[in-house]
Design a protein around this ligand. Structure first.
Ligand code: GLV
Ligand code: GLV
Length: 326
């Protein structure tokens, strides 16, 4: 079995694959171009890719014998699932193992902006700290405030549950009810507009799809409190970035914490010039432990898929229902 891997992932995942497969690994420490990926998958049975790779129709159709796509990420908006499914190719992702880690980053961003951590750090380093002062860098309290969780899936749930120690009032918006956070936190399911109006902190935990593209636009930002903080550890295009920049500049909200960007890896100069936003380079799942678990999970899914089994984290299970029964 031959596999193409678009970028080096933690060694335990590579070792697991090497036991049963021949691997062809991107030798560079950079994202490959579409042409390089197309060349890479020629003659391969499996593709192990990242969220930074656009796995579109041309890529998927470049190798007629491609049998499995294992993505090293939970979000799979970068993969043309319809084409993969039509071709009968299972696609797997890496859910669960990164849930707590990503929820922790959302909290890190929330506190960083609520208490001006990044600005404060720079202030001290620049020698501007001349002593305690009554009005120096005042932030926002977190305890007993209202937390708004947009999308109460795995990560949204973990994020919400971590608010327990801060005794917050929790609101969530989702198509489905989440009995766990209702029971454990007294969380209330509300419409997005109510959540935006009533929350002190709004954190996005929804996948990117056509229905969530620019879900947070000028109208939504204007609904938020002047003291509110917006956190995005999901996908950049869920927020219309130009609207967010306007909101931050004109202080419609207190601040934002971002791990993802609309035109990633490009980050607008305007965003970088603002003090009321904390910017992180898409490291939601970025811990030693979690990245190793993701590598093993992607490798396990790959091996099962290549042998014709149902990968445990398959996102297009229709592939297995559709198999002709002649
Ligand atoms: C990270 O953004 C992921 O989807 O795993
Ligand atoms: C993603 O893994 C989610 O369900 O939140």
């Amino acid at each position: 079995m031959k596999i193409f891997i678009t970028r080096k992932i933690p060694q335990p995942g590579l070792d697991l694959l090497k036991k049963e497969c021949t691997i062809d690994l991107n030798p560079h420490d950079r994202v490959l171009t579409k042409d390089e990926i197309i060349k890479g998958i020629k003659g391969k049975d499996g593709l192990l890719c990242l969220l930074t790779d656009q796995i579109d129709k041309d890529v998927i159709n470049a190798e007629p014998n491609l049998k499995m796509i294992a993505s090293y990420a939970v979000g799979y908006d970068n993969i043309d699932i319809v084409t993969a499914t039509n071709r009968g190719i299972p696609v797997s992702n890496t859910p669960d193992v990164l849930t707590e880690t990503t929820a922790e980053l959302a909290w890190t961003l929330l506190f960083s902006i609520a208490r001006n951590i990044v600005e404060g750090d720079a202030f001290v380093r620049e020698g501007k700290f001349k002593g305690w002062a009554p009005m120096l860098m005042l932030g926002q309290d977190v305890s007993h405030k209202t937390l708004g969780v947009v999308g109460a899936g795995r990560i949204g749930t973990a994020f919400a549950l971590k608010s327990k120690g801060f005794e917050m009032n929790v609101l969530y918006s989702d198509e489905r009810r989440n009995e766990r956070i209702e029971r454990d936190l007294g969380a209330r399911q509300v419409a997005l507009s109510t959540l935006l109006k009533d929350s002190d902190f709004v954190s996005l935990h929804i996948p990117l799809m056509s229905a969530t593209h620019h879900l947070i636009d000028e109208k939504e930002l204007r609904m938020m409190k002047k003291t509110a903080i917006l956190i995005n550890t999901a996908r950049g295009p869920i927020i219309r970035e130009t609207a967010l920049i306007k909101a931050l500049k004109e202080h419609w909200i207190f601040g934002a914490g971002l791990d993802v960007y609309e035109k990633e890896p490009e980050v607008s100069e305007e965003l970088k010039s603002l003090k009321n936003v904390v910017l992180q380079p898409h490291t939601g799942s970025g811990t030693f432990e979690t990245r190793t678990k993701m590598a093993l999970m992607a490798a396990e899914n790959m091996l099962i898929g290549l042998k014709g089994g149902i990968p445990p984290n398959c996102v297009n299970r229709e592939v297995f229902l559709k198999k002709p029964t002649t």
